[in-house]
Design a protein around this ligand. Structure first.
Ligand SMILES: NC(=O)c1ccc[n+]([C@@H]2O[C@H](COP(=O)([O-])OP(=O)(O)OC[C@H]3O[C@@H](n4cnc5c(N)ncnc54)[C@H](O)[C@@H]3O)[C@@H](O)[C@H]2O)c1
Length: 155
């Protein structure tokens, strides 16, 4: 569960735990989030993302659900967008979920299956005006999600 310290993330963690799930959380800081396991780190670190699913699986004794909830909303018109805005949005909103899905699916497939929830945005499906960096990164995440929903590998 990424973005666990944020507003939506805290609510998802609470609902999952209320439903009986044992939850491993990640965010820049994870103190006080009340989950069964916590891994603090930066999702722009590819190696950190690649290792997270196996670390969670080892700690919890398995991995059934991945929630890619972390995200950043970079606002502003295209003429105001910086190279760093683009790099950071693509790293957090696109590359991190890609890496986490790739690593988690390898584990889930070996165990018979699982579920992945990616938090995109309504603007990832129906772009509004301005905020192009945010809109296109969330569109990429929506597209990844739709693609993986058609995953064809046989378990
Ligand atoms: N709140 C809204 O109105 C809204 C609208 C559309 C989409 N969303 C999406 O919902 C999700 C959750 O949003 P929220 O409102 O709870 O936001 P939030 O800012 O409260 O939480 C996002 C969390 O992601 C974490 N995060 C961001 N970059 C990170 C990084 N590099 N490494 C590790 N953690 C990082 C932050 O620390 C934060 O705890 C996001 O993906 C967001 O884009 C929110």
């Amino acid at each position: 569960m990424t973005g666990a310290a944020g507003g939506i993330g805290r609510a998802i963690v609470a609902r999952l735990r209320a439903g009986g799930a044992r939850v491993a959380v990640t965010d820049r800081a994870v103190d006080g989030l009340g989950a069964e396991a916590g891994f603090a780190g930066d999702l722009t670190d590819g190696a950190f993302c690649d290792a997270l699913p196996s670390r969670a699986a080892e700690t919890l004794g398995g991995l059934d659900i991945l929630v890619n909830n972390a995200g950043i909303i970079t606002r502003g018109r295209i003429t105001e967008a910086t190279d760093e805005d683009f790099r950071l949005s693509m790293a957090v909103n696109v590359e991190a979920p890609f890496r986490l899905c790739r690593a988690a699916i390898a584990i889930m497939a070996g165990a018979g299956g699982g579920a992945i929830v990616n938090t995109s945005s309504c603007w990832g499906v129906h772009p509004g005006p301005d905020h192009p960096v945010c809109v296109m990164s969330k569109a990429a995440l929506s597209s990844l999600t739709q693609c993986l929903g058609r995953f064809t590998e046989r378990f």
